[in-house]
Design a protein around this ligand. Structure first.
Ligand SMILES: *Cc1c(COP(=O)(O)O)cnc(C)c1O
Length: 470
């Protein structure tokens, strides 16, 4: 077996794809059904040569790939899988470390300890916090809320980690009405129930209203968990942490923040206004695979109280004193024991970008979002519905016409853009209206790319309108 030839071939395929992403139509050429029939065959009775399997995988998979890594991919909120992180991740796979504990994987455990410290410094979060390297913000929310659950019940004399929730004092959970769906999933996993929460009213941008929050706090009973948000999925809006966190703390609540992408504003002196006061919370969930551009999957569960974090995630830790100087076992901070050594890619990205590189990355995405919004609103009939405070833009076409006409024009423009393939963006419903959403979360979306995207959107909208008029 020629391992060098095999790995080089894989790297060659990878580079070949990435070098041409910008020129390709910005969408898959094959949908799910087509992809399924490409892969569909009976269980192979006999094996095949590795090079052949690799080439076949590429041939079958590539037509069904999204250009997620392109500077003009604006759908959902997805990072660009930066080549630096990808290269580190290739090594991670090749090294085959099991990042469960420091004895099984000394380097993997150590790199996490250092990357964790860097992340806390970069995001201006309390240095005593602990960090779990998880798959993404969904599991980060789950992990943080598990720590919260244990801590607020322990204060009432109840050990939920050992005894569970049956017979436990009921916990009030307050959450904004425009929170991300995955936070409700986390609540569901934890036995809180996704409907057994107090949903607090929000403003036009999706921010929790101060008065509504104060009222909800006043009528809720301890123990209490409050869930705030940095970066609403459509508008990018952040809750007013400087006001809400102290209010919640005064009521004795544990405050958790879902900051899957928005928490990265913290890194930037210019954008940090958006997240002012977020460091006062007790736990934070964020992603590496969104704004930091690490490859999938990568998320961080950050908890101020390390003991609460460890107690929630490990059986052993419940009976152990906190680790102060000792070795760090990655599995103490995440739900899994065996897992890939995600710390390598995070370390490589932070080392490659440096603090000023991360600041530039955050600022560039926000500037590009603003630039696109400014170009678009100059075109009659295009409205930007949000104040572009971060990297998200929500757009309505046929603005000023009847609702049903504008809904249809917006849908048609999204479809036409996807067919043309100059860029990729998707739709959503916001406050009852069809919108197109753009998330600028790729490291290559510079002003030139933003300009190009805005022009393509305007041109397509004009074509859709002329078709509509006929
Ligand atoms: C993406 C996102 C999540 C979920 O994160 P995953 O990385 O997909 O698990 C949660 N909250 C917000 C605000 C998000 O944008």
């Amino acid at each position: 077996m020629d391992i060098r030839a095999l790995f080089s071939r894989a790297a060659g395929h990878a580079a070949g794809f990435r070098e041409t992403v910008d020129e390709r139509p910005q969408r898959p050429s094959r949908d799910y059904a087509g992809s399924l029939s490409a892969f569909e065959e009976d269980l192979p009775l006999h094996g095949a040569r590795m090079e052949q399997v690799l080439d076949e995988l590429v041939a079958k998979a590539e037509p069904g790939l999204h250009m997620t890594t392109s500077p003009r991919f604006f759908a959902w909120v997805m990072g660009g899988s930066h080549p630096m992180g990808v290269a580190a991740d290739m090594l991670t796979s090749a090294w085959g470390q099991n990042a469960g504990n420091h004895a099984a994987a000394p380097s993997a455990a150590a790199v996490e300890a250092v990357a964790a410290r860097w992340l806390l410094e970069l995001l201006h979060l309390p240095p005593e916090s602990s960090v779990g390297f998880v798959t993404g913000a969904t599991v980060a929310n789950f992990t943080c809320l598990a720590a919260a659950r244990g801590a607020v019940l322990r204060e009432k004399g109840w050990d939920a980690d050992a005894r569970g929730l049956f017979g436990a004092p009921p916990i009030s959970v307050l959450i904004g009405d425009d929170a991300h769906t995955t936070v409700f999933s986390a609540l569901q996993f934890l036995g809180f129930g996704h409907d057994r929460v107090v949903r607090v009213e929000t403003d036009r941008a999706g921010r929790i209203s101060r008065d509504g929050f104060a009222r909800a706090l006043a009528s809720a009973e301890a123990p209490m968990i409050v869930i705030l948000q940095a970066g609403q999925i459509n508008t990018g809006a952040c809750d007013d942490f400087a006001t809400l966190v102290p209010l919640a703390k005064r009521s004795g609540a544990w405050v958790h923040v879902d900051g899957a992408f928005g928490l990265w504003a913290q890194a930037s002196p210019r954008m940090g206004r958006q997240t002012a006061g977020v460091e006062l919370a007790d736990s934070w969930a964020t992603d590496g695979h969104k704004w930091l551009q690490t490859p999938y999957d990568s998320g961080y569960a950050i908890v101020r109280d390390e003991v609460a974090h460890r107690r929630a995630m490990t059986i052993v830790a419940s009976y152990l004193p906190p680790v102060s100087q000792g070795e760090r076992d990655p599995s103490h901070y995440v739900p899994e024991l065996s897992r890939r050594a995600r710390g390598f890619a995070t370390w490589a990205m932070l080392k490659h970008l440096g603090q000023d590189g991360v600041i530039a990355l955050v600022d560039q995405a926000c500037s590009a979002a603003t630039l696109i919004a400014e170009r678009l609103v100059r075109e009659p009939g295009i409205a930007v519905l949000n104040e572009v405070a971060l990297n998200q833009v929500i757009i309505r076409f046929g603005a000023g016409t009847e609702k049903s006409v504008a809904d249809a024009l917006t849908q048609q423009t999204i479809r036409a853009l996807q067919e043309e393939g100059a860029l990729f963006a998707g739709g959503a419903i916001w406050r009852g209206d069809q919108i197109m959403r753009l998330s600028v979360s790729n490291f290559q979306t510079d002003p030139g790319q933003a300009e190009r995207a805005a022009l393509a959107i305007i041109e397509t909208y004009r074509t859709v309108c002329s078709r509509h008029a006929m």
